[in-house]
Design a protein around this ligand. Structure first.
Ligand SMILES: NC(=O)c1ccc[n+]([C@@H]2O[C@H](COP(=O)([O-])OP(=O)(O)OC[C@H]3O[C@@H](n4cnc5c(N)ncnc54)[C@H](O)[C@@H]3O)[C@@H](O)[C@H]2O)c1
Length: 406
């Protein structure tokens, strides 16, 4: 199969690592992105996103003539769609936006020929692969001659080049032949197990995985509110409960962020709001947790001001959506800081994993702790944990929303 050509549409965090991995596995790869800067950078053998080891893969694939990037799709045997799937903002229930997927499908329709394999990797609502088939058909493609399949991506940013190879994959075609063809393709470069199913099950599988985590985190966040009222240390409580052989509660925090877990459960809720009750409430609990954190900080600031008789300063430690990364997308910590600032609070933002921010002035950790009346730890960065361990952040008077003190 490795003598086949592959056209990867969308060269972001998923598409570019996949394209480079395929190229180093012998495939001739055409990478496509609308972003001209990304295309130019890749064709120089460089990368426009941050991901460990990706640069070496891209450099060697481009140098070997196995990977070339374009702004428009080129003819291939296999097409892979790796474009964004956000939701439409506003409304009671955010609705999935599959416009990018459909536009990408339209862009390859004139190139698809009998026997070709078209794979969707973007996290998508159930029915999207079938909808892609309709789009191809509307463009004149005879669907009985083309194989369509869905294969969700499960990689963890920071470990993408390893997990692309090691993770188990779920592959579901619109037909059994498409499932077989797509599975055999993945088996040429994946060392994990490739599990076969149909397209709707594969689509629902990815949404289920992220909703499972969201619901479990919501449970932990709900416990954190209950424990705060009762004066119980929720992290110790969870540690003890998890010693039960069949209990595995995740960790509470400032909320849930990022572009996956905070987004994908809405795809299920939007499709069946009557029945998706737990999943919807979990989303709401996790969003409300962030508002609760804001309220707790405000109460602490008011108490501090009452004691000192002047306006209090608050240090917010951490802005990213999870520990030890520089990604601020959908970050609850960032929401906390922006909300407090918009309401006139004197906030110092600390984020050791980024150098600067477009809208916020950053303060060094040492300066913030020295100047603050109230310290709120929003993200469990390693640096903050070490600070607590070394006694640089006294436990009393610190609002610990992420278990940094254990
Ligand atoms: N990033 C992750 O960790 C991760 C993990 C699992 C699943 N996913 C899913 O994978 C999909 C892609 O995510 P990502 O993080 O790679 O997104 P991304 O924003 O990093 O990259 C998407 C790329 O697609 C390009 N694009 C958009 N429309 C296009 C079109 N019509 N033609 C060509 N290029 C087009 C954009 O310019 C962009 O470079 C999403 O559905 C996401 O939910 C992402």
């Amino acid at each position: 199969m490795a003598n086949k050509t592959v056209c990867v549409v969308g060269l972001g965090y998923i598409g570019l690592p996949t394209a480079a991995l395929l190229a180093t596995n012998g495939y001739q790869v055409v990478g496509v992105d609308l972003n001209v800067h990304a295309v130019d950078t890749i064709n120089k053998g460089q990368i426009h996103i941050v991901e460990p080891d990706l640069d070496a893969y891209v450099r060697s694939s481009v140098a070997a003539g196995k990977l070339k990037a374009y702004t428009k799709p080129e003819q291939a045997d296999i097409y892979m769609i790796c474009v964004p799937t956000p939701f439409h903002e506003g409304g009671d229930i955010p609705q999935p936006n599959i416009d990018y997927v459909l536009a990408a499908t339209r862009s390859i329709a004139h190139l698809v020929t009998p026997g070709d394999l078209v794979i969707l990797e973007s996290t998508s609502p159930v029915g999207t692969t079938r909808r892609m088939g309709e789009v191809l058909q509307e463009a004149g493609v005879d669907l009985s001659t083309v194989h369509l399949a869905y294969c969700p991506e499960r990689v963890l940013p920071g470990k993408i080049m390893i997990e692309l190879v090691e993770n188990d994959r779920v592959v579901g075609g619109l037909t059994p032949d498409a499932t077989k063809l797509a599975s055999n393709f993945y088996r040429t470069f994946v060392r994990g197990e490739v599990l076969e199913t149909d397209a709707p099950t594969a689509e629902m599988c990815k949404l289920t995985e992220n909703s499972y985590r969201d619901v479990n985190i919501a449970f932990a966040n709900e416990l954190s509110l209950l424990c705060a009222k009762s004066g119980i240390n929720v992290w110790r409580l969870i540690e003890l409960a998890n010693r039960h052989p069949r209990v595995n509660i995740l960790q509470p925090g400032t909320g849930v962020g990022g572009h996956c877990i905070a987004v994908d459960p809405w795809f299920i809720v939007a499709s069946d709001p009557i029945n998706a009750r737990v999943i919807r409430i979990a989303r709401e609990v996790n969003n409300c947790k962030t508002e609760w954190v804001i309220d707790q900080i405000k109460i602490a600031v008011a108490d501090a001001s009452a004691k000192t008789g002047r306006k209090s300063r608050v240090a917010c430690l951490g802005l990213s959506f999870k520990p030890d990364i520089d990604d601020l997308r959908e970050s609850p910590a960032l929401h906390v800081v922006k909300t407090l600032q918009a309401q006139g609070y004197d906030v110092m933002a600390v984020e050791p994993n980024i150098e600067s921010h477009d809208l916020l002035a950053l303060t060094s950790l040492e300066q913030a702790i020295a100047d603050a009346d109230v310290v709120a730890v929003l993200v469990k960065h390693r640096r903050f944990v070490e600070l607590v361990k070394s006694g640089g952040l006294r436990k009393e008077g610190v609002l610990d929303f992420c278990g940094v003190s254990g």
